[in-house]
Ligand binder design. Structure first.
Ligand code: PMP
Length: 356
């Protein structure tokens, strides 16, 4: 830290992203990316002409992409906001709506806490119930911003749509942000409720189900006044925050929806396989509706399993937070990758038996 940094940032604990090793080829099951490449349509769309146009600024309104998203989700373009990954939208939402405070669960996406600190927001942190489900009754009557990841991360557990609607109705004085980064893997989206409630902000991303994590593209669907707030903030920070090639890739992605739906189907199938196989090895595996599972074993600590798998070339995600330190979050990849994971876990448990 330099001696020039504003005092308000001196205690800021920044977000620590999952490891992104650039050297060794791991079986990478640690940051919930898609194991499938983007659609052929994306690969064809990023052509010489588009690359040549990089000399020009991109469309800050993302008109074509917005129109296509509006069509895909049966809303109007005025109900759609696009930004540089959904992290960017979460940041804007904390800026826009959390002056009177923010409320979110204790076990959830770690960036909420970072944004709250970044913007000097008072947070109320609501513990998940013992079974790791969200205690939705504890979220009633809030002001400011309510943030719920649905499905939640890293648990993968989802609330049902009627439970989400209850949450929205019971917080008329707050903006309720539903972070649906993982909704395409079996959750129920609240998108259509945005027609009914002007305090609902639904956030999604192209990073997971649509194989574009490296492209950085997120979107929100909400009442037009909420979208206008977010545009105001975007235009006051960085209007060109979605680069030209990402806009092209996003549009091509939306033109090949069947490809992504089929990929999601495969992930759901592979998730089922992984859960069954881990349970055969006596793991406790939470009921996930996301592209990852959250699992623990009495036979090996969360930390040990993470380290031993890494030594064997498989990267998973371990969190040190005390309440979940015995668990690991394992991204669902191809069936080949998941078979490899299970075989390495068996090896590790076998080695542990021999040594004990
Ligand atoms: N929300 C949740 C719950 C996430 O896990 C992630 C991915 N780390 C994000 C939002 C952000 O995704 P992106 O910025 O890639 O759209």
């Amino acid at each position: 830290m330099s001696r020039f940094l504003s005092e308000k940032f001196s205690d800021l604990e920044e977000y620590v992203p999952g490891e992104q090793p650039q050297d060794i080829k791991y079986i990478k099951l640690n940051t919930n990316e898609s194991p499938f490449e983007p659609s052929q349509k994306v690969i064809e769309a990023i052509n010489r002409e588009e690359i040549s146009d990089l000399r020009l600024y991109c469309d800050p309104d993302c008109k074509k992409l917005k129109a296509k998203l509006a069509e895909t989700y049966s809303v109007k373009p005025e109900n759609v906001f696009l930004s540089n990954g959904s992290d960017d939208i979460l940041n804007f939402a904390f800026m826009a709506y959390a002056e009177k405070g923010a409320v979110y669960p204790d076990i959830t996406y770690g960036f909420y806490q970072v944004f709250a600190q970044l913007h000097g927001v008072n947070s109320r942190i609501v513990p998940l119930k013992k079974d790791f489900t969200i205690d939705k009754d504890a979220f009633k009557g809030q002001t400011g911003l309510v943030v719920i990841a649905n499905p939640n991360a890293p648990t993968g557990i989802a609330l049902k749509l009627d439970e989400i609607e209850e949450l929205i109705k019971s917080n008329p004085k707050a903006v309720v942000l539903i972070d649906e980064a993982y909704v395409d893997f079996g959750g129920e989206s609240a998108c259509r409720l945005t027609e009914k409630y002007d305090n609902l902000l639904v956030c999604q991303t192209f990073s997971k189900s649509r194989s574009l994590a490296g492209g950085r593209l997120g979107f929100a669907i909400a009442h037009k006044d909420i979208i206008a707030d977010l545009e105001k903030i975007k235009y006051s920070t960085n209007p060109y925050n979605i680069n030209r090639l990402t806009q092209v890739a996003g549009l091509a992605t939306l033109c090949d929806d069947d490809y992504y739906k089929e990929n999601c189907r495969k992930i759901i199938e592979n998730r089922k396989f992984t859960k069954i196989e881990l349970e055969k090895l006596d793991f406790e595996v939470l009921d996930s509706k996301a592209n990852f599972v959250f699992a623990k074993s009495d036979k090996i600590s969360g930390q040990d399993l993470y380290i031993k798998l890494k030594e064997k070339g498989v990267l998973i995600r371990h969190f040190t937070n005390e309440r979940i330190s015995e668990y690991n979050r394992i991204t669902i990849g191809t069936i080949k990758q998941m078979k490899e994971l299970i075989s390495k876990v068996k090896e590790i448990l076998g080695e542990k038996n021999e040594n004990s």
